[in-house]
Design a protein around this ligand. Sequence first.
Ligand SMILES: [Zn+2]
Length: 254
Amino acid sequence: MQCTLLGTGDVTGVPAPFRALDDAGAAARRRRPGLLVETDEATVLFDVPPEFREGVRDRGVRSLDATFVTHWHHDHVGGVDDLSLSARADVVADDLYRTPTAGEHFHREKPYLADRFDEHDLAHGEPVTVADVTVTPIPVSHDRPAFDALAFRVETDDATLLYAPDFETWCPDMPGGDDYRNADLAILEATSVVAPHMLDDLAPREDPVADAAAHRTVLVHLNEHLLARDTATVAADVADQGYELGTDFETYVV
Ligand SMILES: [Zn+2]
């Protein structure tokens, strides 16, 4: 399995609107978050960020077998209009996997796209198979208490990937909520590692990144403007804790 980071930024991306990379000491752009997974038999997109087409083009991808959505926030689905055009032209498969909550947001915000996708409800802990890939939705806590957000466990015969680009805590007591440990590669939101003070209003808990105990961990969903630290400083901090800092279009072989 190969996976490529389509974006490693947060809701604004880096540089943020009306800002420059130098303002934040950022070494490179951070687009909004998405992940492309390629196996022997399938190409799968996780989230549809506004800039997803740039990474897909960089990777030379010419088709998709399915798209999965972690949650319905603009930075994760702002490219869905573009994807719908490719689906309508039969360039890519129109299978869109999302939670019922995300489906409600989708239909309320974009009723004109209602017939463009073959939508499938995801249920916590219930795996979906796409060719040689098994994708299991894991409930996570993110933003609003009742907001339905997911991580994904992505598996082939010989590799396990954990993708949780935007979350605050695991939800081990929910159905399917404890299936996040011991992946070969975990791509996880960086905030609990690089800016834990931002999460101080949450209940004390074990660091969710350490708790995932992945063999290798790459951190994403960060913003040098917001952190007020340049890329090199953040990367050194992350490395001190045994993790890696993600960069856009980086590809990992799992
Ligand atoms: Zn979000």
